[in-house]
Ligand binder design. Structure first.
Ligand code: FDP
Length: 332
């Protein structure tokens, strides 16, 4: 039983390594883990609600049943807005920042999140996820958090993680001191440490990209992909960023979503810098991998708007560098 480490115990142990810590970050991570459990419960029920025709319609109390992504968004906001630990939140689901309501006190951290990533997979019972990152506010303590607090460069992230709602629910996070994975034990309702100190394997076996869009890519990306095929890598693409990233993190590989010409409104590809690319880039770097937009590290990008998109190459360090070489025109 001594070997059983709950997420709470683990986060507390990590905190001991920072004597100056107030405990706020520890508590926020635990609050997110709690939200994850609530969302996990709802994702497993979602299919049943579908056959009962509930989602998006009225439930027995005559209330509108929220779609799962709205539900996840509301759950995270409600479980975090009253704690006095956050200055502001921002969500992929909301156009603007989410202020802390006047009746609650404001704290020092900013929580940025994608409540349910891969949501187009929900209807097919395919793995989906939640992604988050935490930043320290830049605006004065005690005042409402601002957009600028959220628009900080990824290098300022103090902790980030994701929750994978798959065959098992997993919580993976880093506070800059290793990347650690926990699996939800449904019977006791606790996340237990199953993957301490995750390091991306040095041999990459997977490449993950939506190859259906190949004709919309620049020639360099097509050539890069050909090269990966010549290296006999396995193509795996779930279409849920968290699930694809998680598999490559544990098994070795690269995920990429390049810029393409498919949608003129999205010349930078599809993925959001603040809610998807930055947190996963933080995890990738802390597990021995890398993350780039093809020209520079994702974490070095200075954000200019809440919902800005970025091309993303993430995972195996050598393969990320190779993608940059192709884009720079440095490959034959
Ligand atoms: P989704 O639209 O289902 O929410 O950014 C969202 C995302 O999924 C990622 O999770 C996923 O990797 C990507 O989009 C899939 O996009 P494509 O369908 O264009 O491949």
């Amino acid at each position: 039983m001594d070997k059983v480490i709950t997420i709470e115990r683990h986060i507390l142990e990590q905190q001991k390594q920072h004597p100056e810590a107030t405990g706020a970050l520890t508590s926020i991570l635990y609050d997110i883990a709690l939200a994850a459990k609530v969302i996990a419960r709802e994702t497993t029920r979602a299919a049943l609600e579908d056959i009962l025709g509930l989602t998006g319609s009225m439930n027995v109390q005559g209330e509108q049943v929220a779609r799962l992504d709205e539900y996840a968004n509301t759950t995270i906001v409600r479980l975090n807005q009253f704690t006095g630990r956050l200055a502001v939140m921002a969500s992929e689901e909301m156009p603007d920042i989410i202020p802390i309501p006047d009746e609650y006190s404001v704290g020092r951290y900013c929580l940025l999140f994608d409540p349910l990533d891969g949501s187009s997979n929900i209807d097919y019972s395919v793995s989906i996820g939640t992604i988050f990152s935490l930043l320290r506010r830049q605006s004065p303590d005690g005042t409402p958090g601002t957009v600028e607090d959220c628009l900080q460069c990824g290098r300022q992230i103090v902790a980030a993680g994701y929750v994978l709602y798959g065959p098992s629910t997993m919580f993976v996070y880093s506070d800059g001191n290793g990347v650690h994975g926990f699996t939800l034990d449904q019977t006791v309702g606790e996340f237990l440490l199953t993957h301490p100190n995750i390091v991306i394997p040095s041999k990459a076996q997977f490449y993950s990209v939506n190859q259906g869009y190949e004709r919309y890519w620049a020639r360099e990306i097509q050539e890069y992909t050909n090269r990966l095929q010549q290296m006999d890598m396995k193509l795996r693409y779930i279409g849920s960023l968290v699930a694809d990233f998680h598999r490559n993190l544990l098994g070795g590989g690269i995920f990429y979503y390049p810029a393409d010409l498919r949608d003129p409104k999205k010349p930078q590809g599809k993925l959001r810098l603040l809610y998807e690319a930055n947190p996963l880039a933080f995890l990738s770097e802390h597990s021995g991998g890398a993350a780039s937009d093809g020209r520079r590290p994702i974490l070095d990008i200075e954000p200019t708007s809440l919902h800005q998109r970025t091309p993303l190459f993430i995972g195996d360090k050598k393969l990320v560098a190779m993608a940059e070489d192709y884009i720079r025109g440095a490959m034959p």
